[in-house]
Design a protein around this ligand. Structure first.
Ligand code: ZN
Length: 228
């Protein structure tokens, strides 16, 4: 499952000027991983739980997460449940099952604002600095299905709160949640899943098509049970 282990980052420090967004295509999407001709995805027929570590986050960050979750939920048809705040700081090998912290279930998706000194997750690669990095997590015994994930936002490379410009915090969180759902990068700047978030502040037509194919329209899956 090397493909699902791709560190998916969004380049930081992008300066975007207000511009007419390019027209996208519904074929502009890519999956992080495909097994047996089918994209690796979540069971879309049960809620995805998430938690937020906003300890070091700029003001307004939690509202940006709520809005990003609302948009991902709308695009996938999947229900999301907020489990409340956490103090977890995700590390590179963050397991999908953390019974001591979250009980006997898959760990919720954690969205955390962290300093690079707090985590071994790299905020750079290929000569680029990343404002954020995300990864979905499969069950240890079943690489075909996502059961957890994490998003880390770099507090030393903050994005302005809100949704007004490409690269603002809202679109950045939404891009990272696209990775958590199973989307990979594309080259079209009309899509939010372009490595730097494109020239857009919301999901493009390819992003939406990919998320639909990862969501409820793709049908239910039987979720694996965590083995203690
Ligand atoms: Zn990315």
């Amino acid at each position: 499952m090397a493909a699902a282990l791709v560190a998916a980052g969004i380049a930081g420090g992008v300066t975007a000027t207000r511009t007419i967004a390019p027209k996208g295509s519904s074929s502009d999407y890519k999956f992080l991983a495909v097994i047996g001709g089918k994209p690796v995805r979540w069971n879309p027929c049960q809620p995805i739980h998430y938690t937020i570590d906003a300890g070091a986050a700029p003001q307004g960050s939690v509202d940006d997460v709520y809005e990003a979750i609302r948009r991902i939920s709308s695009a996938t048809g999947i229900t999301f449940v907020y489990d409340g705040p956490t103090t977890e700081v995700p590390q590179r090998d963050r397991p999908p099952y953390e019974p001591d912290r979250y009980g006997n279930r898959w760990a919720p998706v954690v969205i955390a604002w962290v300093s690079p000194s707090q985590t071994d997750i790299p905020f750079s690669g290929n000569g680029h600095a990343f404002a954020a990095v995300a990864r979905p997590l499969t069950a240890p015994d079943d690489p075909r299905q996502f059961v957890s994930g994490w998003v880390v936002m770099n507090v030393q490379d903050p994005n302005p709160p809100g949704w007004s410009e490409p690269g603002d915090q809202g679109p950045t969180v939404l891009h990272e949640l696209g990775h958590v759902m199973g989307l990979n990068h594309v080259t079209s700047k009309a899509e939010l899943m372009e490595p730097s978030g494109g020239l857009v502040t919301d999901l493009g037509p390819g992003d939406r098509e990919g998320l639909a194919l990862l969501g409820r329209p793709a049908g239910c899956l039987v979720e694996p049970v965590p083995v203690p």
